[in-house]
Design a protein around this ligand. Structure first.
Ligand code: PLP
Length: 309
């Protein structure tokens, strides 16, 4: 696919989500999770997160189902899989599609299985900053259902399965060949990079143990791949400033929940209250995380963090 956003868009089309439908997802994510739902004419129904994992709360999903609901898009946020077991049960009970937003979760596992092969379809992004990143945009749709995958394949290449025969009006969302070559060269290193990220997370956790920071919770069902290392800080904004002054590239993922984004706010989401999502948006801060980090760099960052607590 041309991008993770295109992957989500075509996955939704492939399962037949369209105008008038509802798709349940989380407000604590990048806007690209919701945009494709809007693009197919459906309505994103935004529900709250589990405050420990930052991923969609399955109980809230069940409560939000209406006769119009067609699909659920859990996001494996920061590299931690959403709680897929109850979500799959809900999907089965209510005859809904489950599409994993795995844009941040290359190599993540849930119940010992790799994300990307658990829901009906899954969508990855290869945006340069991702755990497996190209040098430009890229994405992929994965799954186990050949019929659905064939449909995505056709949609992404002008609606054709045989050259110059177009059975439907499709899209031009092929992965650029140069990006594919780069990804092919990087893919064999992904597992080692993931191990390095996990080791860095452990070092951060140990160094922040005696601080007031809330370090990431790792569900026992999940293998977190730490696309981002996100802590909660009591004086977050001050900390961000301080870290920046010290040359540390910290960030906030994400500062404005989707229901508070101007693009969605004006579509009637303004009344929505998602307390755990809103609280997280005010407290979270992402510390530097990439495979090549050194222990000295992690120490430097944690010292700066502790200086503002
Ligand atoms: C959670 C999530 N979903 C979807 C996307 C969209 O991916 P892309 O930027 O490749 O379109 C991203 C990344 O940007 C993301 O982080």
């Amino acid at each position: 696919m041309g991008s993770g956003t295109a992957a989500l868009h075509l996955a939704l089309l492939a399962v037949g989500v369209g105008p008038g439908d509802e798709v349940i997802t989380t407000a604590h994510t990048f806007i690209a999770t919701a945009e494709p739902i809007s693009h197919v004419g459906a309505r994103p129904v935004l529900v709250d997160i589990d405050p420990r994992t930052y991923t969609i709360d399955p109980d809230k999903v069940e409560a939000a189902i209406t006769p119009r609901t067609r699909a659920i898009i859990p996001v494996h946020l920061y590299g931690q899989p959403a709680d897929l077991r109850p979500l799959l049960e809900i999907a089965e009970r209510h005859h809904l599609w489950l599409i994993e937003d795995a844009a941040q979760a290359h190599g993540a596992e849930y119940d010992g299985k790799r994300c990307g092969g658990i829901g009906h379809l899954a969508c990855f992004s290869f945006y340069p900053g991702k755990n497996l990143g190209a040098y430009g945009d890229g994405g992929a749709v994965t799954g186990n259902d050949e019929t659905l995958l064939a449909r995505v394949r056709s949609l992404h290449d002008h609606g054709s399965t045989t050259k110059y025969e177009h059975r439907e009006i499709g899209y031009c969302e092929r992965l650029d060949a140069l990006q594919a070559a780069i990804l092919g060269a990087k893919l064999p290193h992904l597992d080692a990079w993931t191990d390095a990220r996990r080791a860095h997370a452990k070092t951060y956790n140990e160094l922040l143990q005696d601080s007031r920071m809330v370090t990431p919770y790792e569900s026992p069902k999940a293998r977190h791949v730490y696309h981002l290392y996100v802590i909660r800080a009591p004086r977050r904004d001050e900390m961000l400033e301080r870290l920046k002054k010290n040359g540390i590239a910290a960030g906030i993922h994400y500062p404005i929940p989707l229901h508070r984004q101007p693009a969605y706010f004006k579509q009637g989401y303004g009344e929505l209250s998602l307390p755990f999502t809103e609280k997280a948006a005010c407290e979270i801060i992402s510390l530097p995380m990439y495979a090549e980090l050194t222990d000295e760099q992690i120490e430097y960052v944690t010292e700066a963090v502790k200086a503002v607590q």
